[in-house]
Design a protein around this ligand. Structure first.
Ligand SMILES: NC(=O)c1ccc[n+]([C@@H]2O[C@H](COP(=O)([O-])OP(=O)(O)OC[C@H]3O[C@@H](n4cnc5c(N)ncnc54)[C@H](O)[C@@H]3O)[C@@H](O)[C@H]2O)c1
Length: 329
């Protein structure tokens, strides 16, 4: 399959690109800030990297026309905290970009458009586990823009026959996650100890939000892309929902010297209360996806990835040091 990924250089886009390439797909990343360094060396040569803005009709149109993808995976967006800090730009990117992507897909006959949506399209008053069709009354800029994306995609599906498919993900965690504001603690309380660094957790020990490991999130998007048929346009994908204290215990079990301490921030603790566990029964049944990283396995894999990155960085530094010591040839 030929797949164009908007925002493909980001936290989800990079491992998603690697997963798609490893399955034999041809990928074009269309990103305002393309970054080849976010990809493994053997993947960089196999993909096309284009610098472009999703809000630029002509640039995106030309890229889609030339590459002629079977599917567009639309990732480019301002996410939670960033959207709250820059509301008008977030509306322009999240809403405007999605309109542009869907219009171009419609005009050029791209059959599938895949969108990762979010648990943030619900609010804390909805009963957990949240069903696919629960009422959506988000109270954040990010949530509001993503509800629009879901509705506009569904409208394009119903009215123009675009095969629009979306999956609402919980907060995605994994190596390299630094964006996303309040929920970032769940990644950093694993990543920092794995790097041998101390970390202060701004969540409370009892804080619990739905989390999904990056590999499970990538598998959810790939499953939606590969499904022959998607009976619904929008699905929920549930995650795990450990308390922050449970993540801390697991990290300390696997890294006994881990220096992680709780220093709750009232604002962060309050914000974390708005996200609840979703019910992904339909997604599991219709699309054939389920979580493969429960907490213990997630923490072990996460630590393994960081240690591997550290050791290859150390090796590269050692080679550079060696070359510097040898002097000019
Ligand atoms: N990370 C999560 O926890 C999470 C959870 C649910 C849904 N999602 C959704 O997944 C998608 C990707 O999230 P992420 O965490 O990888 O975000 P990210 O911020 O890491 O990546 C976004 C990418 O979009 C690019 N971009 C920004 N503005 C652009 C523009 N105008 N034109 C083209 N590219 C532009 C950025 O350079 C970046 O590479 C988003 O749509 C987000 O809503 C993320």
């Amino acid at each position: 399959m030929r797949v164009l990924i908007t925002g493909g250089s980001g936290f989800i886009g990079s491992p998603l690109t690697e997963a798609l390439v490893s399955k034999g797909n041809e990928v074009l990343i269309y990103d305002a800030f393309p970054n080849a360094h976010s990809l493994k060396n053997d993947v960089i040569d196999k993909i096309e990297l284009v610098k472009g803005d999703v809000n630029s009709w002509t640039d995106l149109y030309d890229a889609v026309k030339r590459f002629s993808p079977d599917a567009i995976i639309h990732l480019a967006a301002f996410i939670s905290q960033h959207a709250e800090q820059h509301p008008l730009q977030a509306i322009e990117l999240n809403v405007g970009g999605t309109i542009t992507v869907l219009e171009i897909a419609k005009k050029l006959g791209v059959s599938k458009v895949i969108l990762p949506s979010t648990v943030a399209t619900f609010n804390s008053s909805v009963a957990a586990p949240i069903s696919d069709d629960a009422v959506q009354r988000p109270t954040t800029v990010y949530g509001i823009t993503k509800v629009f994306c879901e509705l506009w995609g569904t409208y394009s599906h119903d009215k123009y026959g675009v095969d629009f498919r979306a999956v609402r993900l919980p907060s995605v965690i994994g190596p390299g996650r630094t964006n996303g504001g309040a929920s970032v603690y769940a990644s950093l309380m694993i990543e920092m100890p794995a790097r041998g660094l101390a970390y202060e957790i701004h969540a409370a020990p009892e804080s619990s939000i739905p989390l999904l490991y990056i590999q499970d999130a990538v598998r959810a998007v790939v499953a939606l892309l590969e499904a022959k048929h998607s009976p619904k346009t929008v699905y929920n994908a549930s995650g795990i929902a450990p308390k922050a204290s449970e993540i801390a215990s697991e990290v300390k079990k696997q890294i006994p010297q881990a220096d992680v301490k709780f220093k709750p921030d009232a604002g962060v603790v309050q914000m974390l209360k708005q996200w609840q566990q979703m019910d992904s029964a339909s997604f599991e049944k219709d699309i054939g996806w389920s979580i493969s990283f429960p907490l213990e396995k997630l923490v072990a894999d996460f630590i393994g990835v960081i240690r591997k990155m550290n050791s290859s960085a150390n090796q590269e530094n050692a080679i550079l040091l060696e070359e510097a010591r040898a002097g000019p040839h």
